[in-house]
Design a protein around this ligand. Structure first.
Ligand code: GTP
Ligand code: MG
Ligand code: ZN
Length: 216
């Protein structure tokens, strides 16, 4: 789910909600404000008995302020955002889990500088199912949908059936997953190398033990 907080500071909060829904179909989007309690009841209804929610987002967006409001207690420290660069101050430094009156749970966590995807190719296709479907009609099987001739995705994009924002999110996530997979492969080969080293050490050790026995 997506929470768009500080709606009191934006006259076009509903338009921002529409934009968020357009790039993330099927994801619940909430517009909230701690100042005038817009959307708070709906948000709190989401965290019913046994459900666990966690706030993830940049520093200063109001994760701890929302936590305090949902818990009806000042359990978390909050801090004003610096005027100059509009960045938060990384007030929360550890993740905390709180029990809500409803029987649900809420985790408040430190602000994130960036979020990395942790997903598989299948997740990409599931999230962008309409693009995955179209991709089957591209002329080339390994079409990257970035300007190749006969690309069905580009064709729909030009006709306006896929929004440019959604197309950009797709490419962005795809690139991030490719990066992730490269890193995973590198890590695995490092682990393999380590095993090899350990194994050859062990063999040497055993050999020298044998050698020593023979010398006796
Ligand atoms: N106007 C307005 N200000 C808000 C709202 N929610 C939070 N704030 C203010 O935003 C500032 C930052 O809020 P925090 O709750 O500390 O932000 P955070 O996301 O927990 O930040 P980190 O702990 O640094 O990750 C505080 O001064 C809050 O009072 C809101 O809905 N409207
Ligand atoms: Mg905080
Ligand atoms: Zn294509």
């Amino acid at each position: 789910m997506i929470v768009l907080n500080k709606a009191d500071l934006n006259d076009e909060a509903e338009y921002v909600r529409y934009q968020a829904e357009a790039i993330a179909p099927g994801v619940d989007v909430f517009v909230t404000s701690v100042k005038d309690e817009t959307g708070i009841a709906t948000l709190s209804g989401y965290l019913s008995d046994g459900k666990v929610g966690a706030f993830i987002g940049p520093s200063g967006v109001g994760k701890s302020t929302l936590t305090n409001l949902l818990l009806k207690k000042e359990v978390q420290k909050t801090n004003e955002v610096k005027r100059k660069d509009k960045r938060g101050r990384c007030t929360t430094t550890t993740s905390y889990l709180f029990e809500l009156e409803s029987g649900g749970y809420l985790i408040d966590s430190p602000g994130l500088r960036e979020v990395h995807a942790w997903a598989e190719e299948d997740d990409l296709d599931n999230t962008f199912s309409e693009i995955a479907e179209l991709a089957q009609h591209c002329k080339y099987r390994d079409c990257k949908h970035e300007g190749e001739p006969g690309c069905a995705v580009q064709a729909e994009l030009e006709k306006g059936f896929i929004s440019p924002e959604r197309y950009d999110s797709y490419l962005h996530l795809k690139k991030e997953l490719a990066f992730l997979n490269r890193r995973k492969a590198e890590k695995n080969s490092n682990v393999e190398r380590q095993y090899e080293k350990q194994f050859s050490k062990m063999v040497k050790r055993e050999m020298s033990k044998k050698q020593n026995l023979r010398n006796y």
